[in-house]
Write a protein that binds this ligand. Sequence first.
Ligand SMILES: [Fe+2]
Length: 332
Amino acid sequence: MQTTLEATLLRLRLPPETKGIWLSEAMELGFPNPSDFGAWRAFVEASVAVAMRRLPGPVAETLDRFFDPEGPDALLIENLPVDPNLPAPPQDGCRPANKTAVSEAVIAGLIEGHASILSYSNEKNGAPIHEITPVQGLEHTTASTGRVPFACHTDAAFLAPRFCPRGLLLFGLLNQPNAPTAILPLDYILEAAPHSAASQSLVRSLQKPIFRHPSPSSFETSASVIRPIVWRDSEGVARIAVQTHAVQPVNEEAENAITQLRALIDTLTPERVVLHPGDALLFKNDRVLHGRDAFAGARWLQRAYFTDSLVPFREKTGNAARGFVFDAERLL
Ligand SMILES: [Fe+2]
């Protein structure tokens, strides 16, 4: 059965009266020093309590469904509270100290009732919530710091699948150019090609460990690993990890497969979501690719990674000291 956009991306809108109360309660919360794990947890728990109080029943139920492993792969919630007096987007990519904590409280409130926020010490200093806005001098990078086109990809594709973010939340703070975020479900890719011998051969090749996945430029590590691009989990669900612009072949079969995959993706039309201030887009990182077109003007999103449990991360790295921050080089 052909996957439909409606089945993949659920859209909800918060009623204005709920937004106002949530905003006033979030304004009471101060953003903690994330290095102080106790203070961070107190902020998270207060944010979850506010979200649980203010999320209307149908929105809360849909959020529950999204975090269910068998639930939809992407969810857009519009009209969430956002900081009323936002500072200028940070040109250094770091959270402005004078920003109130409304958006962070909403992000933590949406995620942490169902999953755990995580970060990597090698990326954006391990910040739990990333500032996604052009950084002075890095505007031409194919990364969250740039303005140039960023082909559809998954995040942290070089990590072992268990240690990639299970999902991402992107939150709109400012989007003057109405620059869209592109999302492309894996099922579109798998279902797009006719069932010819050539396309079946492509899928077979994508499941072989013949691709080198380099660490993205946002990470301060040069690690790379050789793994498949597509695989099936223990339940038989197809999963993907790839930077389509940067993945490298290790042999001729891989080279052909990358060429075919890029050509196939070029034939597909991703869903383009304009994240206005207060819009939260949640999606599963190994089921949905994301990217963007080039843009001009002021655009500032925030991003959080989440996973279902931090226990395997702590066991693998032996690091419980900072709670949610892990060394990516120990998670390959
Ligand atoms: Fe990304």
